[in-house]
Write a protein that binds this ligand. Structure first.
Ligand code: CUA
Length: 307
């Protein structure tokens, strides 16, 4: 018997196929009737048009039957949707942040991961959070999708039924790299999960700056390897001469700690030539003074490496 990858998969599929079957029935039925009308009432057979009015029986029929059909569709949809909003008390809570443009998953013990690891057969509640624009957490295999609106609390819950790795996508157009906003959810046994859960995420002190850059999705737009993405690469940044535009005027600045700080807090002030303004939000409420120090230290350490 088909079980589905989550506790909701079966219900969503039956609601979908119910509506799909009705749609197919009407698509085929209406097409046949239309063709029959075209043949039967064509101008050669009926040169003179005739007005038909007031057929009570017919009017009642074409009102009542569609009403019953749409109410059935509504019932099916609602019956499947309602339990999606009723979270069981024992659900494990994970905070999900969707930002331009990556996902991160924060567990009760403070562990932060770019992959959603969950134990099979256990209820999980995802608290959804966006710091910038509207995203939508979509796990197609689980048949669940929920919008994440900045400033508004939202959540979803489910029970993963089958071990395996499934795709997580963003289903709300959120800017240039929307299509790259993906992650994986890995459903494992309880033992494997407990082992993973207890493992420390390794952060070596020198890499703290890099960890901050990655956790804030900076590296989704600024590559580390020199390739050009939405923003300029981080490679060779520290101490380099930058040609920037400020209020339409070109000037050259040195990428020192002051420049890097400015670029994080007021990204639109100076735009590196060849890149578009308005692509990056100001990170003044997200990245602290200490974070900036760590980021600068990271860039500085990179500049000392041999090429
Ligand atoms: Cu986030 Cu599309």
């Amino acid at each position: 018997m088909f079980q589905g990858a989550s506790n909701f998969a079966k219900g969503v599929d039956s609601a979908f196929f119910f509506i799909f079957a009705i749609s197919i029935f009407f698509l085929v039925g209406l097409t046949i009737v239309m063709i029959w009308f075209m043949v039967h009432y064509n101008r050669k057979r009926h040169p003179k048009a005739e007005q038909i009015k007031d057929n009570m029986k017919l009017e009642v029929t074409w009102t009542v039957i569609p009403l019953i059909i749409v109410m059935l569709m509504f019932y099916y949809g609602y019956a499947v949707f309602k339990p999606m909003r009723q979270v069981p008390d024992d659900a494990m809570v994970v905070k999900v942040t969707g930002r331009m443009w990556n996902w991160s998953f924060e567990y009760a013990n403070g562990k932060i991961s770019n992959e959603l690891v969950l134990p099979v057969g256990k209820a999980v509640k995802l608290n959804l959070f966006s710091p910038d624009v509207i995203h939508s957490l979509y796990i197609p295999a689980f048949r669940i999708k929920e919008d994440m609106v900045p400033g508004k609390d939202n959540y979803m819950w489910f029970i993963p039924n089958i071990e395996g790795t499934y795709e997580i996508l963003c289903a709300e157009y959120c800017g240039l790299r929307h299509s790259f906003m993906e992650a994986k959810t890995r459903i494992v046994t309880e033992e494997e999960f407990q082992k993973w859960f207890a493992e420390e995420t390794p952060i070596v002190p020198e890499d703290k700056g890099l960890a901050i850059l990655q956790n804030n999705a900076c590296t989704s737009c600024h590559s580390l390897d020199g390739s050009k993405l939405v923003g300029p690469t981080f490679k060779g940044l520290f101490g380099s001469e930058r040609l920037v535009m400020e209020n339409g005027v070109e000037k050259t600045v040195t990428a020192d700690s002051t420049y890097i700080k400015r670029a994080i807090l007021e990204p639109d002030k100076e735009i590196v030539k060849g890149f578009a303004p308005g692509m990056m939000r100001a990170y003044d409420k997200v990245i602290t003074e200490d974070d900036i120090k760590a980021i600068v230290a990271y860039f500085e350490s990179q500049s000392k490496l041999p090429n």
